[in-house]
Design a binder for this molecule. Sequence first.
Ligand SMILES: NC(=O)c1ccc[n+]([C@@H]2O[C@H](COP(=O)([O-])OP(=O)(O)OC[C@H]3O[C@@H](n4cnc5c(N)ncnc54)[C@H](OP(=O)(O)O)[C@@H]3O)[C@@H](O)[C@H]2O)c1
Length: 253
Amino acid sequence: MRCKIDYLPSGDLLADRVILVTGAGDGIGRTAALSFARHGATVILLGRTIAKLEAVYDEIEAEGLPQPAIFPLNFEGASLKDFHDMAETLDKEFGRLDGILHNAGLLGRITPFEQYNPELWEQVMQVNINGPIWMTQALLPLLTASKDASVIFTSSSVGRRGRAYWGAYAVSKFATEGFVEVLADEVEHLGSLRVNSLNPGATRTAMRKTAYPAEDPMTLRTPEAIMPTYLWLMGPDSRGHNGEKFDAQPAVS
Ligand SMILES: NC(=O)c1ccc[n+]([C@@H]2O[C@H](COP(=O)([O-])OP(=O)(O)OC[C@H]3O[C@@H](n4cnc5c(N)ncnc54)[C@H](OP(=O)(O)O)[C@@H]3O)[C@@H](O)[C@H]2O)c1
């Protein structure tokens, strides 16, 4: 598992690329959307809280970066039709997709399995794996229309080695790793589309605070600090890497 924390991206690394970021209103997704835009990308901001997406949109616009787009979507209630409508809209607007950062995620509860609520389990699986999988299926024609597309699925250390009490969250991340291997193998022959998994590692966000309430957030890397690996994996310098696992920081927990 590799990490590219020392990567120095060129300013125009993502110029002319159309990149969809899920969970773009907060945490790592918000920072990634801003960072991709600052490196030249046209970003599509997807999330469930429109006010948060609008704030990111305004920030991108205020900096004079390529005009973004907002796509409100809640993975919990989203249907196959929603994903296909989305694909149709993006096709009309952009004609292709050069990248997806699957970042939206739900922690669920950290609790002994015997107490895990089945409805919450379903909810976490829907947001973290089922929704993103069917969205990816709907968007495949747009990804294959790109000369060089990168799909990044966000994983976690508990998706690579199971840990007590992490329940549906850990299982959804294991499923994510499995899906990355399956899809990467299927698209390998194309040469123009790569699918990889990326574990951000312990990062200063609201989700981390919920998972580790007693931890001092100032001891953690910020989302900004982990962007080099995100940029490397989204941009052309990672061409040829497919079906691999990456870490965004050297020490993960
Ligand atoms: N932070 C860490 O230490 C860490 C470590 C390992 C892995 N990760 C992974 O990194 C990714 C980002 O995490 P984060 O720490 O940045 O978490 P975060 O601050 O909680 O952000 C999660 C994002 O996902 C969105 N989201 C949640 N449920 C959604 C739904 N049903 N439909 C659409 N969007 C939804 C949230 O939208 P709202 O803002 O509208 O709620 C938010 O924008 C996640 O996949 C997480 O599992 C994080």
